[in-house]
Design a binder for this molecule. Sequence first.
Ligand code: ADP
Length: 742
Amino acid sequence: MAKPRSLKYIFYRNLGAALVVPLLLMSLVTVFTAYQNARTQMVANSKRVSILLSSTIKTSIQDSESGIAALSMLLDGGKIEPEALPYVLGQILKSHGSFLDIRVLNDRGIVWAMSPYDEDVLGLDMSRAPQFFDAKKYGVVLWSKAYISAYMGHPTASISVPFSGGVIVASYDFVKLRRTVREFAPDSGLTVSILDEAGTILAHSEAGKALRRERDPNTDDYLALSKESLRLAMFDIGGHEEMITVTPISATGWTLVVAQNMKLVMGPVYKLAYTYGVFAIIFLLLGIALAYHFLSRVFSYFQKLIVNIRRVSDGSYQLDLPHEGIREMEEVEENFYLMSRHIRTREEHIVELNEELQLRLGEAETANLAKSAFLANMSHELRTPLNGALGMLQLLQMCDLNAEQKDYTEIAIRSCKSLTGLLNDILDLSRIEANRMPIIPERFRLSEIYTSLDEIFGLTARKKGVDLILEVSPEIPDAQLGDPVRIKQILFNLVGNAVKFTATGNIMVEAYPLPSDGLDVYRVLFSVSDTGLGIDDSQLENIFKPFTQTEASFTRRFGGAGLGLSIVKRLVELMSGKISIASSVGYGTVVYFCLTFGPVPSQDENVSVPAEISSKADMSGVRILVAEDEKVNQMFIEGLLIKHGVHPVCVKNGQEALEMLESNSFDLILMDVQMPIMDGMVATQLIRESGKPYAEIPVIALTAHAMGGDREKFLKAGFSDYLSKPLEFDDLLKVLAQNRPQ
Ligand code: ADP
């Protein structure tokens, strides 16, 4: 998605598009139109002035010519008495006003009559003057070149009209022409001049410019242009541009030049452009100022709104809304306010719900703890009589029994054992749930675990016609660092299930190495697969939950409390491992789990394997002291030992044990850990610290709470070894054999 633009950017861009561009375009179009109009007007003006002026001049000249021509006709017809001639001349002079003087020359070129009268001129011989000479010669009206009249000092040109008795020569006064010219070009910025064929300025709208020596440098161009009728051209005159209209005044060969100063004409246009420019800038600045003002309001509104939104998102409802007084903004505020109120209500509701939830959770946790504690207590309480029953049954088994009695005893022992297993499971689960299941890493051999798997399940599997195949990848070293008790518990559970639910085929227990990130750290993937019943998909997701069994009906074919897999999963997770199960009904089940074993110190590579001790060790003559408060347990141990030729001395607590040691000598003590008056721990400590001959006597702990790591604990407390209850006869013999004096 494109990067979002800021509001400021969009606003100024739109302002530019909406204000600056149209304003510029409008100004340009207006100024251009004004320029075009001014130009058109200028051309039209020039043309109009040129045409009008040229025709006026023509009329004036024709007027003058016709006046003189009329006089010549009168003279030809002898209509004027010689005496009246000066008077007539004076009248013509007065009525025309464009002549400085009129002279009548006789055949010989002598000034015969004139007006106004000048005695120096009257009788003057002008026979050699071109005015007389050429007019006489060609017999036509002739105009002379312009000159300054000596008489009036006016610019003038003479018109010569021949008649039968001589030539009339009149001096045409350009002053009148100039007046006419100036009348046409007063304020309009026009400069009007009349040039004769030689380029002499006959008349000029500006005073003092006529008949001057210096020529306009463009004169030749004007004259060239005037060869045709009215022409327009632009000339650069004295550093500024002028529009020149050149018109020939045909009869005379003169040229009318009308010049218009572009600057003067375009002045208003430039003024307009300037005004537009100034206004455009003013509007623009005004627009920006207004926009800025508006934007500042919008920005501050948004900023305040953002602050409020942040407050709400941080859970504070102290709102300080901007109230800009703009309808849309007010609407936003109103809705925002409503929204925050709804959020607040919902939040309060959530808090209430949460509190209730916490309460319920606490209650549930308490209930769960109570349940675990109850289960733990119950299983412990059940275990004591069960141990008693098991012990008595084991003793009974050693009596002389017939085959039927042996069978019953065997069944009773098996039932007791499975009940013990169940109690152990319940205890384990409640310990895990109460976070009291310790994981104690120690050195162990994988092969040992595999051996015990084979010992325990091999026979049962084979009896069912199922092969139990145990394999470890050769890449995994045998010696490892981990909690062998829990690993064994996991594998025993899984293999136990596999054996239980497999009727044909085989059960495979495999171990493969997985890549690990630490040196000497082994990640091992275990898999326990079988070709048994398999588990339905719908059951798989709950399989690791406690008390779950796939066969939850009264027609169950297999025993179990549904605790095994949930304990397995929790144990794997306690050891930072992962577990998963795959199964297909009718084909079998595979459970995978991976565990990480710590590095084994090099000297520990050879994990000592306790020598196989014969359970048939000879116990006769060994003096044993038994400290056990539980009567049934005492009876069982005593009975068991007596059966093996040992007559123990039994006491009920640690205190009695110490007293007994004072007066008797013993080879070995079996000491219950939990006893009234003085427990086994204190008693053992006192024995070790007594400094008496019995201080070094082997003391074997008897405990109902045997767990991984207990061994270390007991050894530290001064015990030589320990046995867990219910006592297994073989275990007892092993420990006795190991610890009895040589
Ligand atoms: P239990 O102690 O009852 O065996 P588990 O948690 O070990 O409890 O097993 C729960 C249930 O999962 C069993 O009752 C059985 O229905 C099913 N199950 C476990 N392992 C297997 C297996 N290997 N093959 C088929 N079903 C199994």
